[in-house]
Ligand binder design. Structure first.
Ligand code: KG4
Ligand code: ZN
Length: 341
């Protein structure tokens, strides 16, 4: 079974082709994984500009589909389905991906699969590792921060979510205030390696509170107030603040995951989404999981940030269950993973 996955919900235009046995089970083979990052187009605005993103997706998508097919040495007729992120995300970009996928599916007489971007992240680990359902999932990205149980494709139960900002956004904001550029996560992680995490004491919202909800706006404000009082041209101070910030985030994520493992004692804790690329945070979560007799599994770093392979993989998991989408599926700017949410 071979499925093409198209991802256009934010600032990466990505097209991948993934192959897996039709019968089921984890682990697929990535035959192609073409990606165009629009970073340069958005950098001078310090964030993603939706209109620029939509136009850039439109300009690049045909070329990336060609490139993916050439890399995989396939033609469209060799595919068993076309999957695209159909939400949540910046709606102009989502429409570009969805309309392209629908067009290809219709022209080729192949199934179309409308994929929830969050489901792409949620199942991405199974593309690379033999992880069985059910598992506990910490989904941490630029727009989301939630804890869920994953019992299968489409079967999610939310244990907690952020009541204000997402953790990736908090990394990006901290980096912006420190003049480290966009996106901020990788830059903060790099500098934190040379910093003293004990230098600044920052608030840990929700830490040791019952439940699994998160809050990051207070931490964001505290970082801003701290930075305003500091000389910014001192590289050691910047590194110390990055290290202190990252450790604080680690404390909060570890505490929330410990509660989640208590509420839903499953053998596997999976961390996914862009922030899961952070190696320090992975280490912290590894410790929490081990303390509760679970193991931490994270997708390879290249599958943590947005990519087409995770969308193709979610498409395979859905196609195996016969859960294809109708061609009148409407893109959804908002689309929670769990029905209850
Ligand atoms: O999943 P993703 O690519 O896009 C969304 O769906 O939001 O996540 C992007 C987020 C950004 O906020 C970025 O700063 C963060 O992931 N990120 C990181 C790291 N790499 C990316 N955060 C912390 N440490 C990293 N190494
Ligand atoms: Zn994402």
């Amino acid at each position: 079974m071979r499925v093409m996955g198209i991802e256009t919900s934010c600032d990466e235009t990505a097209v991948a082709i993934v192959e897996a046995p039709a019968g089921g089970g984890p682990v697929g083979t990535i035959l192609a994984n073409a990606i165009y990052s629009q970073l340069a187009e958005h950098r001078r605005f310090g964030g993603v500009v939706p209109e620029i993103a939509a136009r850039a997706h439109l300009e690049r998508i045909d070329g990336l589909i060609d490139e993916a097919l050439r890399t995989a040495e396939l033609v469209l007729a060799d595919l068993d389905g076309i999957a695209a992120t159909a939400g949540p995300g910046l709606i102009g970009g989502v429409m570009v991906g969805v309309m392209t996928a629908k067009g290809l599916a219709f022209a080729q007489g192949k199934p179309f699969l409308a994929i929830n971007h969050l489901e792409g992240h949620a199942l991405s680990v199974r593309l690379a590792e033999p992880v069985e359902f059910p598992y506990l999932l910490l989904l941490v990205s630029g727009g989301h921060c939630q804890l869920l149980t994953v019992r299968g494709p489409g079967a999610y139960e939310q244990l907690g979510t952020t009541i204000d900002d997402a953790v990736g956004e908090c990394f990006d904001k901290t980096a912006k205030l420190l003049g480290l550029g966009f996106p901020g996560g990788p830059a903060v992680e790099r500098l934190a390696r040379q910093g003293n995490p004990q230098r600044f004491s920052l608030p840990r919202p929700m830490w040791r509170k019952p439940g699994c909800d998160f809050s990051f706006s207070g931490l964001k404000t505290a970082v801003r107030l701290t930075i305003e009082k500091l000389p910014r041209d001192n590289p050691q101070i910047v590194a110390d603040l990055c290290a202190s910030f990252q450790q604080t985030v680690g404390d909060v994520l570890a505490d929330r995951c410990a509660n989640a493992l208590r509420m839903a004692p499953l053998p596997t804790l999976v961390v996914a989404g862009g922030v899961a690329a952070n190696l320090y945070l992975r280490q912290r979560l590894e410790v929490v999981a081990a303390e509760r007799g679970a193991r931490l599994v994270a997708p390879p770093q290249s599958l943590c940030t947005d990519n087409g392979a995770m969308i193709a993989w979610a498409g395979i998991e859905r196609l195996r269950l016969g859960r294809t989408s109708s061609l009148d599926f409407r893109p959804r700017p908002r689309w929670p993973l769990s029905d209850a949410a």
